[in-house]
Design a protein around this ligand. Structure first.
Ligand SMILES: [Zn+2]
Length: 489
């Protein structure tokens, strides 16, 4: 995939991220849970081509009670899960125990900020009990393992109102609708009928009648309700993995021996061993070293390298940043570019930011590594980095000068760019003018009289882009795109 397709896909992933984030906040603020990402990257939209085959586990978990939550966000609120006839791929697989909770939300990406509403919590047990009322839909080809959707019907009117009467005998519910009332009768086809109680007001889009029992209490069971230290000793990876992951939030000192044993036992799944190191790494440099070896060792598989890099990115220590920097710059043994790029990304978007290390990577010969490093440079640049960028504008290397001009222009550091013009070599001057043309007109106009006539004319020409209707965000490139569609034989 190219970077434009990645950006489109990232927008799609954002919907799930917004849902997971809103659900996390609701579970923490209103229900007392202490939520972590059980599935790494459940709350991030960065697109990577190197796929890591992770354990099939829900995306969120509470480290206090151990309850797991699978969050789902869609434009339209639906109780819908993907299902399959393949062993281990049905809707109920994936580490959801009977009392674990599916959380659904409606996500409106058109508002700013994005709004998430109509949260619905339902346990796996409730969905099992309502299986008879569920419907299969969109069965894909057998070659895809008979992948399909399974939907549990409910009624969520697109207006607000109040429940007037509920007749459980005939499974009908009457609500107010504007000045009148409306009788919903399709629930008679469901094997069980649940509704809001009579007298309850409801909002637009809120489920009013449903074929399953909504989770009536999702309150955290509190301290002591999850014996995570016992789970560390389980022989079942579904039980052990979440405990290994939670250990870093609950205190590794008390279980350090057990984690070290898990990390060292070659009979264990690589993901559990890696996660044990990741839990130890914040306080144990030997585990950082182990992760670094996994990331850059000659015999590591790419998915292992990638997961090790992600883990290192979560650790806020100097050793972890050093390890990432080493991976990012490593060309021998040959580490795939994207894994080096992920390491660079971790130095800016991860737990320990290291702008001076990123400065060494923004001119990497690999475009992938250099752009990832540049994209995660902090908005506020430390003085040393700023001085170095200005040095690059005085030297004759056009690649590093272009990098510097972009990094400064993105931050609207217009005065710095203008003053660099005085000392820049000829080729670099043109790059600076191009960069100034990208900055807001009002930021530059006050400084124009410091410039010579030629530079002023150059910038004025670039600003003419605003007057060109075919260079606006919604039209730029449109003619080229249409010309590509003229093939007709
Ligand atoms: Zn909890």
């Amino acid at each position: 995939m190219g970077f434009k397709e990645d950006a489109d896909f990232a927008r799609f992933l954002s919907m799930g991220v917004h849902a997971a984030d809103a659900i996390t906040r609701d579970l923490e603020d209103n229900h007392g849970h202490n939520i972590i990402e059980l599935e790494r990257y459940a709350k991030a939209n960065k697109v990577w081509q190197t796929k890591v085959k992770r354990m099939r586990l829900p995306d969120l978990m509470c480290v206090t009670c151990g309850r797991r939550f699978e969050s789902k966000g869609k434009t339209k609120l639906e109780i819908k899960l993907s299902d399959s006839t393949l062993p281990g791929r049905s809707w109920r697989d994936g580490g959801m125990r009977l009392d674990d909770v599916f959380a659904f939300a409606r996500v409106d990406m058109k508002t700013s900020p994005v709004s998430v509403s109509n949260l619905v919590y339902v346990t796996r047990r409730s969905l099992e009990n309502a299986l008879e009322s569920s419907k299969e839909g969109n069965r894909k080809s057998v070659s895809e393992g008979s992948e399909m959707d399974r939907r549990w019907p409910m009624w969520a009117p697109d207006y607000s109102g109040e429940v007037l009467t509920v007749d459980h005998g005939v499974k009908k519910i009457r609500v107010t609708k504007g000045a009148g009332t409306y009788l919903y009768g399709s629930g008679s086809r469901w094997s069980a009928f649940y509704t809001l109680a009579a007298g309850t007001p409801f909002e637009t889009g809120q489920p009013v009648a449903f074929c399953f029992r909504m989770a009536d209490s999702i309150t955290c069971a509190g301290d002591g309700s999850w014996s995570w230290q016992e789970d560390l000793l389980s022989t079942d990876d579904d039980i052990r993995f979440p405990a290994v992951k939670a250990a870093r939030f609950l205190g590794t000192e008390q279980v350090e021996e057990i984690l070290i044993r898990i990390a060292k036992d070659e009979a264990n799944d690589w993901r559990i061993r890696l996660e044990a190191h990741a839990s130890l790494a914040a306080t144990r440099p030997a585990s950082v070293a182990a992760l670094r070896t996994l990331a850059e060792g000659a015999d590591s598989a790419d998915e292992v390298r990638m997961e090790a890099v992600f883990s290192l990115s979560e650790i806020d220590t100097e050793e972890a940043a050093d390890a990432l920097y080493s991976v990012a710059g490593k060309t021998e043994p040959s580490i795939p570019e994207e894994i080096r790029a992920a390491a660079a990304w971790g130095l800016g978007a991860g737990a320990r930011q290291a702008p001076s290390k990123l400065m060494r990577l923004v001119n990497d010969p690999s475009v992938l590594v250099a752009t990832h490093a540049a994209a995660v440079m902090p908005t506020e640049l430390p003085r040393t980095c700023l001085d170095e960028l200005l040095d690059w504008l005085r030297a004759d290397d056009l690649r590093q000068a272009a990098t510097a001009a972009h990094l400064l222009a993105e931050r609207n550091l217009v005065a710095e760019l203008v003053s660099a013009l005085q000392t820049a070599p000829e080729g670099v001057r043109k790059l600076i003018i191009l960069a100034l043309g990208d900055t807001p007109r009002e930021a530059v106009s006050g400084l124009l009289n410091e410039l010579d006539a030629e530079s002023r004319a150059g910038i004025a020409t670039l600003w003419a882009k605003n007057d060109d209707w075919l260079r606006q965000p919604d039209t730029d490139g449109i003619l080229g795109a249409l010309k590509l569609q003229k093939l007709r034989r």
